[in-house]
Design a protein around this ligand. Sequence first.
Ligand code: HEC
Ligand code: HEC
Ligand code: HEC
Ligand code: HEC
Ligand code: HEC
Ligand code: HEC
Ligand code: HEC
Length: 423
Amino acid sequence: MSEGQQSGRWLPWLIALICAGGAVWITFKPAEVIIPENTNKPPETKIGKMAANFTIKIEDPNDYFKGIVRPGYITLPRTNLAATLEAPEPFGTGAATCGECHADKLKGASATSHFHTSQVLTNGILSRMFEADRATMQTKQPGLTFRMYKENGRHYQAVLWKDEEVHRAPIDLIFGSGKLGFTFSYWQGEELFELPVSYLTASDSWVNSPGYPDGTALYSRPIIQDCLTCHATHASAFTDDPQSFRFKQRMIVAGITCERCHGDGRKHVAYHRTNPDASDSKFIRHPGKLERSQLNQLCSECHGGLGDETDEKPGVHSNNQIQRLAKSACFTKSGGMRCTDCHNPHQLERGNQKLFAERCQTCHQVEDCGDFKPARREQFATNCASCHMERMPLLDIAIEKDGNVVYPELVDHFIRVIKKSEN
Ligand code: HEC
Ligand code: HEC
Ligand code: HEC
Ligand code: HEC
Ligand code: HEC
Ligand code: HEC
Ligand code: HEC
């Protein structure tokens, strides 16, 4: 891919993320608590309106884990209306408070995809996809259509059978910054469920949510604690079970913000507020002071599926950066690398190939490249990754769309000579 194509891909993102960054300042008030309205309402379903070949089924969400997916059904979770609303458990100070003393960090980090990887649907996001001409998705089952719309300030995903709405659920919490796409979820009582339709950035269209067979309407797949462990700063479920999908009082600190990597900062903030002249810092984790493997482990909690540098166990749709990187000669012959050798977690650097190439050149010279051609110095010096880090499909994310299966792609961290360049 040429430099021009790269920046063409990257500029709209920069703008989008900066705009979204503006919203974060409102969303991330010290108490980053999301309490959607309309809680504990029964699902809005018109049961009995279905044709004979399609059936509505109320199912125990735990059945989902038994691998039961039912084509030909609209599945809804059973209701959990008995939920009690406990007072939220406090966690952390929120990113805005960190920004009072670390303004540069907050400014940079607010634009990253980490910050936006779980969020509430606000007006700026995807609004054009809710306009009438783009707001439907036809499935391969004739008569079964999804419609996305906004009503009284709330967004919904509805399933229609022969143009008549059968069931709808609101869009409450979104997963993904939109780099690859967005997956949507809704609250039913204290339980969180994934919605049937996702948005895929590569095709700029609505698609069946990953793993959802085309032609079904699943509203019963739980969003488990694991999703939030990797996609949020904090969430309290009722149990430690990673497959739990019942959360305390919807107390979720959305986005991967400061305190996901640095730990709960309340004591640190209190200390520096009472000791405004102290230049030594206390009560906060500085990952830069960790051993290499521990720092990599922090990133790999989410990017390598809890494995370490040698663990081949694949992670969840993450491309296993740590395991792949650890195979590279760069890693094995340099005594090891840190994720932060190439990535600054406080800046959105995506697509900035020149910057990444400079980081390769902390160890290599452009001339070291076996394929180096003096006449193309500029191209070689500003884009090492396009030739040495291939894009790979994420095979664990199969998305069914218009009769095809598509897989999102991510960069492979096994740095190596891939093939001889063409010209
Ligand atoms: C009242 C001011 C204040 C607030 C609020 C604050 N910090 Fe700090 N922080 C400091 C000072 C002062 C230092 C020491 C000087 C420096 O490194 O900037 C520091 C240092 C740090 C360090 C480096 C630690 C080390 O071992 O060198 C980290 C990491 C950090 N802060 C993170 C945070 C996070 C995360 C938050 C929000 C939860 C936060 N800070 C809120 C004042 C503050
Ligand atoms: C082990 C950690 C982990 C778990 C568990 C996990 N994810 Fe992810 N997810 C990631 C990482 C890491 C990425 C980013 C891949 C990248 O950009 O390299 C990602 C990417 C995504 C994206 C695309 C974001 C974008 O725009 O680029 C969506 C949507 C998503 N995850 C949803 C989910 C949902 C829903 C669940 C639960 C069913 C889940 N994830 C579970 C780590 C995880
Ligand atoms: C709590 C889980 C978690 C931790 C810890 C974490 N990440 Fe991520 N990271 C994610 C998820 C999820 C995404 C996908 C964000 C999206 O696009 O929705 C992501 C995206 C990224 C991206 C892609 C950014 C982009 O815009 O393309 C980079 C680079 C990255 N992480 C590096 C790191 C590094 C380096 C560390 C360690 C310092 C780290 N991450 C720690 C979960 C995590
Ligand atoms: C994805 C994980 C991640 C997130 C999110 C994150 N940081 Fe950091 N932070 C790190 C890592 C890793 C280092 C160590 C970097 C190094 O030394 O190379 C660091 C270092 C720091 C330092 C001390 C070093 C320095 O450069 O001054 C401060 C202060 C800090 N972070 C504040 C923040 C604040 C404030 C936020 C939120 C606005 C934040 N961080 C969000 C991972 C993160
Ligand atoms: C921490 C230092 C370091 C960094 C940073 C680094 N490398 Fe390397 N790289 C090495 C070492 C050491 C070797 C092994 C050299 C040898 O065998 O003589 C190597 C080998 C390579 C090889 C040859 C691989 C093979 O299998 O023969 C390629 C290609 C390469 N690096 C590209 C890159 C690119 C592209 C980047 C940036 C994305 C990068 N390197 C960043 C240290 C590094
Ligand atoms: C246009 C594609 C392309 C670009 C851009 C590129 N390389 Fe290469 N690189 C290659 C090819 C092809 C080879 C294998 C050459 C051979 O074996 O004849 C190679 C070989 C290497 C090697 C192994 C050399 C050896 O003798 O083992 C290193 C190290 C390397 N490149 C580093 C880099 C770095 C660093 C950059 C960016 C500054 C870079 N490359 C940019 C295509 C590229
Ligand atoms: C030698 C440099 C280097 C190291 C070390 C490195 N990365 Fe990367 N990483 C890159 C480059 C180059 C890209 C492509 C960036 C782009 O095109 O925006 C990338 C992209 C990513 C992405 C986004 C993937 C995508 O396709 O959108 C994630 C996530 C990521 N790295 C995580 C990590 C993690 C976690 C570690 C530590 C295990 C790590 N990286 C170590 C160079 C590196």
